[in-house]
Design a protein around this ligand. Structure first.
Ligand code: HEC
Length: 135
């Protein structure tokens, strides 16, 4: 009886040590890993867009960005798009949207968005995480 109990003890200790190691590795991997996109940070970045873009379906200076991910470019009803955007053939996914926001004129030449671009990839990743919440 007591013999069995004693022989289990090292195994339990070993298990604890492995568990502790896993926790330490997980903590270390967090900040060292790739930029984790943050919806809250993205909401702050969106302040640069909010003067022209609503998130509730209403069009302003720019078309509403409600549901923008997965949408074909230039298709929000009631918004007068430039010919460039309407005929761009793009669908807004994480890649096309990030590229457009980084440099609108390079990605859709001749489009009418009066925004020079968001060069910071981390800010764009945050912004994308936020835009993905606008269903
Ligand atoms: C000063 C106004 C203004 C600002 C600031 C602005 N936009 Fe725009 N945006 C527009 C206009 C106007 C269009 C339509 C352009 C066209 O028709 O060529 C547009 C178009 C777009 C489109 C295409 C939408 C569609 O339905 O195809 C996206 C996506 C977009 N903007 C995202 C953004 C994001 C993200 C930001 C902030 C980083 C931003 N815009 C900042 C005015 C603005």
């Amino acid at each position: 009886m007591s013999h069995n109990h004693l022989s289990l003890f090292p195994a339990v200790r070993m298990g604890l040590r492995i568990g502790l190691l896993a926790i330490i590795l997980a903590v270390l991997a967090g900040p060292a890993g790739a930029h984790a996109a943050s919806v809250d940070a993205g909401r702050q970045v969106f302040a640069q867009c909010a003067a022209c873009h609503s998130v509730d379906g209403r069009n302003g200076v720019g078309p509403s960005l409600k549901g923008v991910l997965g949408r074909r470019a230039g298709t929000v009803p009631g918004f007068r798009y430039s010919r460039a955007l309407k005929t761009s053939g793009k669908t807004w996914d994480a890649d096309t949207l990030s590229a457009y926001v980084a440099n609108p004129q390079a990605v859709v030449p001749g489009n009418h968005m009066p925004f020079s671009g968001l060069p910071d990839a981390g800010e764009r990743a945050d912004l994308l995480a936020y835009l993905a919440t606008l269903k």
